[in-house]
Design a protein. Structure first.
Length: 204
């Protein structure tokens, strides 16, 4: 059995609607000022886009949505990791965890950041054939798989990836990115946000 087979989505989890209704896209009437402020902060990070379905799923608990917004906002805007490298890792997490919505969002961002369609196609094959990737990309993908599937990253993979990234800060940033987007994928799949479970993953 391939080491990622146990992460395949059971047929029984393919839904036609999200498992809970979306929260309102505007603060409900009579909301406390703290709740209104949270909506404002999340909207500011998404601007000029409206709130996305992930936000509307999280906003059942505005305080949790606020914490999520702060953490992911920092990871996405304050990290020193190369954007393409970050998106490549996130896309592989989506593949490994069958998070179709995560793939749709981040494969487009990966292409925008300069990741080739060929490299994304290879991720979808799940065969762990890394020909055509740089040495650093191969290390990051191997690190991503171990952290996602096995949780513990082997010493050899850790040291190789840290050496290629070039600093303790960057290996920390890679690890927190992988941890955060595994959280995202499990939230998306568990609640079937956007009703995407079981959908096809395609390269944009």
């Amino acid at each position: 059995m391939n080491c990622v087979d146990h992460l395949k989505l059971p047929q029984s989890l393919h839904n036609v609607a999200m498992r809970v209704p979306y929260a309102p896209s505007e603060p409900p009437s009579g909301s406390a000022s703290q709740v209104t402020d949270i909506y404002t902060r999340i909207a500011a990070r998404r601007s000029p886009r409206p709130l996305i379905p992930l936000d509307l799923a999280l906003l059942h608990n505005p305080a949790i949505a606020d914490g999520y917004n702060a953490l992911l906002g920092a990871i996405r805007t304050q990290s020193s990791l190369d954007e393409g490298m970050m998106e490549l890792s996130i896309c592989y997490i989506a593949v490994l965890t069958n998070a179709v919505y995560e793939w749709k969002a981040h494969s487009a961002l990966a292409v925008k950041a300069g990741v080739s369609s060929e490299k994304l196609e290879r991720l979808l094959k799940r065969d762990r054939e890394w020909d055509g990737y740089s040495e650093l990309e191969r290390a990051v993908l191997e690190y991503t798989e171990e952290s996602t599937v096995r949780v513990a990253v082997s010493d050899g993979v850790f040291e190789k990836t840290r050496r290629l990234l070039g600093s303790d800060q960057k290996i920390m940033e890679l690890q927190i990115t992988i941890g955060a987007y595994n959280m995202v994928s499990r939230f998306l799949v568990g609640l079937d946000v956007t009703e995407s479970n079981g959908g096809e993953m395609v390269v944009p």
